[in-house]
Design a protein. Structure first.
Length: 310
């Protein structure tokens, strides 16, 4: 019963629009910051997954260790140091979290805002705790430290809800190689794909983006953005890339590489070929022999099989 009550409260938090104006203002402010390439660094694009979950280990680990030492006689100096280390580590954790939060769905942002409030409360409590410790009021300082750890626990519960219930920060295209069956799949005649226009097709219930370029090359990517499953077929194509219409992630058509965040994972890319005037796609390296002459390669051109002239 308690578990159901907890889930009900979290679901109610997702649905509550009471803080939406604040969310809009704060999110717009974060997105307007002139961070340039630093924004992708903060998202964790270089790491291949969000940086925020990794950055929280320093403050949480330091504060939990400080709590253990606070229960051990004669360990006050070490505990004081760990509280200070945790406070120093909280700043980068907050920056990476805020950068990711600004690019989430509204329901995720609602939970994320309370998550941030809980963690900010923890920082305030630990800051006051450190001041009391350094001014000789260790008992009061330790009490605030335990309150701070409680706030961290609340923040962690909400962060876990965002990650595992709301799928914030996960790769939304990860399942594609496991769902699409092996072999070539016909997705339409060449004439069905206007040059430079993103076209949506479905293979094994998986949406696929197909783009024919001016030179005749045909590219195919998983259509749902790896960031938050945005529809790439509704995005814009330019300079050999497609930009997601939801949060602006940019992916290279030739191989699905995420050129620009907030996406931290690339898009699954398909091999393509043109056979008898029809575009066919398959997962790369699926192990199934070609049924026509020539290996398959990504970016096949009309009149070719896997890059070889018919």
């Amino acid at each position: 019963m308690g578990q159901n009550r907890m889930l009900w409260l979290l679901d109610a938090l997702e649905r509550d629009p009471g803080r939406d104006k604040l969310i809009d203002a704060l999110g717009a402010g974060v997105r307007a910051l002139p961070l340039g390439r630093v924004r992708d660094v903060l998202h964790g694009k270089w790491l291949g997954h969000p940086l925020h979950p990794m950055s929280i280990h320093l403050p949480i680990g330091s504060w939990m260790s400080a709590a253990v030492l606070d229960l051990t006689p004669g360990r006050s100096r070490q505990a004081d140091l760990l509280v200070a280390v945790g406070l120093a580590g909280a700043a980068p954790a907050a920056v990476t979290g805020l950068t990711d939060w600004a690019e989430l769905h509204r329901e995720q942002q609602r939970v994320g805002l309370v998550h941030a409030v809980a963690n900010t409360t923890a920082v305030g409590l630990y800051g006051a705790s450190l001041v009391l410790r350094l001014t000789g009021r260790g008992t009061a300082g330790r009490a605030l430290g335990f309150l701070g750890l409680t706030a961290v626990g609340v923040g962690g519960l909400l962060g876990g809800h965002m990650a595992y219930r709301q799928a914030a920060g996960v790769n939304h295209a990860e399942e594609v190689p496991h769902v699409v069956s092996d072999g070539w799949h016909r997705v339409g005649g060449v004439d069905e794909f206007p040059v430079g226009e993103p076209v949506r097709r479905v293979v094994d219930d998986v949406p696929v983006l197909v783009v024919r370029e001016a030179g005749g090359e045909v590219h195919a990517l998983a259509e749902r953005c790896s960031h938050l499953a945005g529809p790439l077929s509704e995005g814009t194509v330019a300079d050999g890339c497609v930009r997601c219409p939801w949060h602006g992630s940019v992916f290279r058509l030739s191989d699905g590489w995420n050129v620009e965040g907030p996406a931290t994972a690339p898009q699954p890319a398909f091999d393509t070929r043109v056979t008898d005037g029809h575009v066919e796609i398959r997962l790369p390296g699926d192990g199934v022999p070609d049924t026509v002459d020539g290996p398959a390669t990504a970016g096949a051109t009309p009149g070719t099989d896997g890059g070889r002239t018919s």
